[in-house]
Design a binder for this molecule. Structure first.
Ligand code: ZN
Length: 283
């Protein structure tokens, strides 16, 4: 048996199973301070069949370089108590199993790449309270100085755009500052799905997200960008993005005919399936 944890800002999903595709039990707990969260997690796993490895798909920022002392630690975060916390280490000590760690979005990208269409290179973009992008190239999650943070790149503002400053506390009008759920709420006073279908917000948000997809196709040559998250409760948004992305490319990219903007194959299970995939590879 293997175990997985998808640790998000507000909740953690815990799971055990025989493989990523054969989860036998799941449990959801609120994300509290590290001590309480670890205690609750340990108690649940103790009541399950023994596992031989654990995959941790966590909110970031998180140290992913095994040669560095901050490997598996949560890095500077506004989340109380979590900055510098050795998340993977605490789990390894309490559960006495090896722990493989990734960002939640990288793990989700890994699961989608594996389970979806069998593509080796794929990006996973989630648009909700923030914008996170996970990146798998040739079957491996991309790391470097840290993990990708594509949600914080600066998209081009369309001609005639109003002077909305954006809501990112670090960058103002980066992608997350312009197109995340809180940005949409701050700019138009409603969620995208609550705005009428002919409201200009739909085309504007799709334009920003389509730029991100085009940039991913151009910069990384992924075949598929999987787009999910709360903002995609809005009917038609994914199709708008695909259309605008094709327009933005203007027939240039050589891989263009293979590019797809797709819904998550695994629905809401991408993250936890990715966590078990990490455990399976690490066992
Ligand atoms: Zn930003």
């Amino acid at each position: 048996m293997i175990g997985g944890i998808e640790a998000g800002g507000t909740k953690c999903v815990l799971a055990v199973g025989h493989s990523p595709d054969a989860i036998t039990a799941t449990h959801t707990i609120p994300t509290r301070a590290p001590r309480e969260t670890i205690a609750e997690t340990t108690a649940w796993f103790a009541a399950q069949p023994a596992i031989s490895a654990l995959g941790l798909a966590t909110f970031g920022p998180v140290g992913l370089d095994p040669r560095r002392p901050d490997f598996g630690h949560i890095l500077a975060t506004p989340k109380p108590g979590w900055s510098g916390f050795d998340f993977a280490g605490a789990l390894a000590r309490e559960l006495r199993v090896p722990v493989a760690v990734e960002t939640d979005v990288n793990a989700a990208a890994l699961a989608e790449a594996r389970a979806g269409l069998g593509v080796g290179s794929l990006a996973y973009m989630t648009v909700g309270t923030g914008i996170g992008v996970g990146l798998v190239v040739e079957g491996r999650c991309v790391h470097g100085a840290a993990h990708p943070e594509m949600g914080h790149y600066y998209p081009r503002r369309p001609a005639g755009d109003d002077p909305f400053a954006g809501v990112c506390p670090f960058h103002g009008d980066c992608l997350e500052g312009l197109a995340s759920g809180p940005a949409i709420l701050a700019r138009w006073g409603a969620t995208l799905s609550d705005l009428p279908g002919d409201h200009p917000a739909h085309e504007r948000v799709a334009y920003y997200l389509a730029q991100a997809c085009h940039t991913l196709f151009a910069a990384t040559s992924v075949e598929t960008v999987v787009v999910g998250g709360g903002v995609f409760d809005t009917p038609g948004l994914r199709d708008r993005i695909a259309r605008i992305c094709t327009e933005l490319d203007a027939g240039y990219l050589p891989g263009g005919k293979r590019h797809r903007v797709a819904a998550p194959h695994l629905g809401h299970r991408s993250g936890i399936t990715g966590a078990l995939t990490l455990a399976q590879h690490d066992r």
